[in-house]
Design a binder for this molecule. Structure first.
Ligand SMILES: C[S@@+](CC[C@H](N)C(=O)[O-])C[C@H]1O[C@@H](n2cnc3c(N)ncnc32)[C@H](O)[C@@H]1O
Ligand code: SF4
Length: 381
């Protein structure tokens, strides 16, 4: 497998906080000083460069928050800075996460000119009632119009939907997903609604004012997701991500395959260094504190820890078993110095939850995927 190296850039601002979201996103009355943030991102890139093992960047991801609030010139200046420190490979995947409003769509041409070649749009739902419940600031028609503008501007697009929403029936999801598949023929991220701690949805859920589908309905929604996407030639290559062959998100594969990535911006995570000497980094989440730290110290790191082999083993399992391709057992053992417990593997195999492929990979089966967390917990050190 080719050595991959990704750079993640976090843009932490949103126009409003969605009630289900626990990402590092902040609402500010004043527009942030983008030039100042871009300079701080440049400073962090310079401080991470000597600590990375890879010389060539194969993917860049602007995530958020809402990176589509950035001016294209800010995106351009961040890309220029990355190119000052590493070689950006000719076929590098450069993704920007966008909210699908008409205002953001107006900036798509500028992002493309800056070098972005893939957008991932947070469509979330295809009916206005659900979008309102999710606190979104766009209608379904506006989102689909943004998808169309994205298609005209970028060679590759994807969009996100959230399912297992309050009151969503299997039939309604079948129709919604079938419609979505007609709009994006190559890549879709389909997330089951998770009630995240500290969110407004959690408060409503606890108060009994937001009811999520029961276990049987959730399972039916999951099965419909797999059935429709497979019939459309877009099987799950990761537990929540579906694509045609070759259209997988190369940047996200860097995380799941446990390869090297540098993370910059408020609340960004990284895993830098070669196998064996891998370091976990993360930065201050609050944008203003992050900025002050970078300007004073040259970085915003609040975590900078060399991982033990066992920690790497657990991380590699957690990430790798999300993938349909599973993990390379020989690499796992080389990297971690431990073997997978043969009895636990055999037990899970006997239940049909995991399987070994001919090329010595261990992967979760289709019937194992709905139980992924339990399987990982069973195999972890
Ligand atoms: C960083 S977020 C959003 C990017 C962009 N700001 C937007 O809202 O379109 C990435 C994706 O995570 C998903 N997501 C966020 N919170 C979730 C939750 N609680 N349950 C399921 N999916 C969630 C949404 O589909 C979202 O598009
Ligand atoms: S879902 Fe997107 S727009 Fe909504 S708060 Fe989270 S990051 Fe911001």
């Amino acid at each position: 497998m080719r050595d991959a190296f990704g750079v993640y850039v976090h843009w932490p601002f949103c126009l409003a906080k969605c009630p289900y979201c626990d990402f590092n996103s902040h609402v500010r009355h004043e527009k942030p000083d983008e030039a100042r943030y871009a300079r701080a991102i440049a400073t962090e890139l310079a401080s991470l460069k000597p600590r990375t093992h890879s010389k060539e960047v194969t993917s860049i991801f602007f995530g958020g928050g809402t990176p589509s609030l950035m001016q294209p010139s800010t995106v351009q200046s961040v890309l220029d800075e990355i190119a000052r420190h590493w070689t950006i490979s000719k076929d590098a995947e450069i993704t920007l996460e966008a909210n699908p409003t008409s205002v953001e769509a107006e900036r798509f041409r500028g992002y493309r000119a800056a070098g972005v070649n893939r957008v991932s749009l947070g469509v979330q739902a295809l009916d206005d009632g659900s979008l309102k419940n999710l606190g979104r600031m766009h209608s379904a028609a506006e989102a689909l119009a943004a998808v169309e503008v994205a298609r005209q501007n970028f060679p590759r697009i994807s969009f996100d939907l959230i399912y297992a929403r309050s009151g969503q029936s299997p039939q309604a999801w079948r129709e919604e997903l079938a419609k979505a598949l007609t709009f994006v023929p190559e890549h879709l991220s389909l997330y089951q609604l998770t009630i995240e701690p500290g969110t407004t949805f959690e408060m409503l859920h606890r108060a009994g004012k937001l009811i999520t589908p029961d276990e049987d309905t959730s399972r039916a929604l999951w099965d419909i997701t797999q059935e429709l996407c497979e019939a459309h030639g877009m099987p799950a290559y990761e537990i929540s991500n579906h694509s045609t062959t070759g259209a997988e998100s190369r940047h996200n594969l860097v995380y799941w395959r446990y390869q090297e990535y540098a993370g910059v911006g408020p609340g960004a995570h990284g895993r830098i260094g070669a196998d064996g000497g891998r370091v976990a980094t993360s930065t201050e989440k609050n944008p203003e504190r992050w900025l002050a730290s970078v300007e004073a110290k040259g970085h915003g790191l609040i975590e900078d820890e060399k991982l033990t082999k066992l920690e790497q083993a657990d991380e590699m399992l957690v990430m790798g078993l999300r993938l349909a391709e599973g993990i390379d057992v020989a690499r796992f053992e080389r990297l971690t110095g431990v073997s997978l417990n043969p009895e636990r593997v055999s037990f899970l195999e006997s239940k049909g939850l995991v399987e070994r492929s001919k090329d010595a990979r261990l992967r979760v089966t289709a019937s194992g995927f709905p139980l992924l967390n339990a399987i990982v917990a069973d195999l972890a050190a």
